[in-house]
Design a protein around this ligand. Structure first.
Ligand code: URA
Length: 175
């Protein structure tokens, strides 16, 4: 898949971020620019960050997959296997208190890693788990992918409501 990419999309944001967002894979505009979530789904993400008093600059944003899958198809298991060592390093370096998964691929990867039984995203979205993850206690927050707000309009409000659970973690007293 790296053969067909224009740019790898590693991630961006604050090295001191307390919250890390993990999406699925770069799309067309991310591939062109080398930056995560700069297309339509990124607009939805930015809007929701703003609503809870956050911005791209204070969080860290990355993906499970670092190169755009041709034609935006779902990532293959071997692609996830090839890319996740980079994601694991990113989590260890940034060391966020909260990991927020956007969509089912990031959800599945982090739930497995935390030893939490995987279920469907329609059951788990909006939930938070206090887990041991990458060697310390962290909050794992499960969200739909922001693109759902675009292709399933009734889920826009659901995504917005789920996003508000993050407000709780903006007070330093919790850790
Ligand atoms: N969708 C994702 O999952 N990640 C991006 O960076 C862009 C769109």
């Amino acid at each position: 898949m790296w053969r067909s990419r224009r740019n790898p999309v590693i991630g961006e944001g604050s090295p001191y971020a307390r919250i890390m967002f993990v999406g699925e894979a770069p799309g067309y505009y991310e591939d062109l620019s080398g930056r995560p979530f700069v297309g339509a789904a990124g607009k939805v993400l930015e809007e929701n960050l703003r609503r809870v008093g956050l911005s791209r600059e204070v969080v860290y944003i990355t993906n499970v997959i670092k190169c755009r899958p041709p034609g935006n198809r779902d990532p293959l298991p071997e692609e996830i296997e090839a890319c996740t060592p980079y994601l694991d390093r990113q989590v260890k370096i940034i060391n966020p208190d909260v990991i927020c998964t956007l969509g089912r691929f990031a959800m599945r990867y982090m739930l497995k890693k935390a030893g939490v039984p995987v279920s469907s995203i329609s059951r788990l979205h909006g939930k938070m788990f206090r887990v041991r993850l990458y060697g310390r206690e962290r909050i794992l927050a499960i969200m739909y992918h922001p693109a759902v707000a675009l292709y399933k309009p009734p889920l826009r409000k659901v995504f917005e409501n789920d996003f508000r659970i993050l407000e709780r973690f903006l007070q330093p007293s919790l850790f």
